[in-house]
Design a protein around this ligand. Structure first.
Ligand SMILES: [Zn+2]
Length: 238
């Protein structure tokens, strides 16, 4: 409330209590706070390879740390599908059955084509390679595949990652498990090495974006831990 000054005394400065800063909104492309939006840094890669990102519904809701959406933004020829059982996903099935594509699932297995060891999927003339990536934690990815007969029926591609996951926020159960964007990066590197992908493209921005995302999340967790500890820090001191 405004009170007129009674005398020439300078009023005591009022210290306003700290208010939580209202969330001024997130960028609805990358879902990060607008101040940390990375959309203007993304130069989508026009790859020969197409990607279908099958994301577990739960993963889709937790996109702040998911990299599927980042992959979608960074790869021109990519689409996201969400669900758990994809067997009857009409849009995905239309893509899988489109004669323009040769769909393959990135998933390890004895019959998988080892693209990082130079093996190549045989594509009929005029067909483009469509790589299906299951964007979910490892246990969920297995559940998705058990449920989705259309994905299980696809020929598989497999790769040996060139580096352990950079995705420090989520613990990967095995060094060969990498985040979705790293998987896309590794697929592209392997395909470029065997002449199936445009060798003139620079795939490094894909992992650069991931490293930024990781640094940001670590910084945020640290700030949250510090603010949680702050009210206790003065207690008991003389
Ligand atoms: Zn953004």
């Amino acid at each position: 409330m405004y009170r007129p000054r009674k005398s020439g005394k300078t009023p005591e400065p009022r210290i306003l209590p700290l208010q939580p800063v209202p969330d001024t909104g997130r960028c609805y492309r990358c879902l990060r706070p607008r101040s940390r939006c990375y959309c203007n840094r993304i130069r989508p890669l026009e790859t020969r390879t197409h990607f279908a990102l099958c994301m577990h519904t739960r993963e889709y809701r937790h996109q702040k740390t998911g990299t599927g959406r980042l992959a979608r933004l960074a790869l021109t020829h990519s689409q996201i599908f969400t669900g758990m059982d994809f067997t009857h996903d009409g849009a995905l099935n239309a893509l899988l059955n489109d004669p323009a594509y040769a769909p393959h699932l990135l998933f390890p297995g004895p019959a998988a084509i080892q693209i990082s060891r130079g093996e190549k999927p045989a594509l009929a003339p005029g067909r483009k390679l469509l790589v299906v990536l299951v964007d979910a934690t490892w246990p969920w990815a297995r559940k998705i595949l058990r449920a989705s007969s259309n994905l299980r029926a696809l020929p598989c591609l497999s790769l040996d990652p060139t580096a352990p996951s950079r995705f420090a926020i989520k613990r990967q159960p095995h060094p060969a498990c990498v985040s979705t964007i790293e998987a896309a990066y590794e697929v592209l590197l392997a395909l470029a090495a065997s002449g199936m992908e445009d060798p003139g493209l620079d795939f490094n921005p894909l992992v650069g974006l991931l490293e930024d995302l990781v640094a940001y999340q670590i910084e945020r967790k640290k700030a949250e831990a510090e603010s949680a500890a702050a009210p206790l820090s003065g207690r008991g001191t003389p």
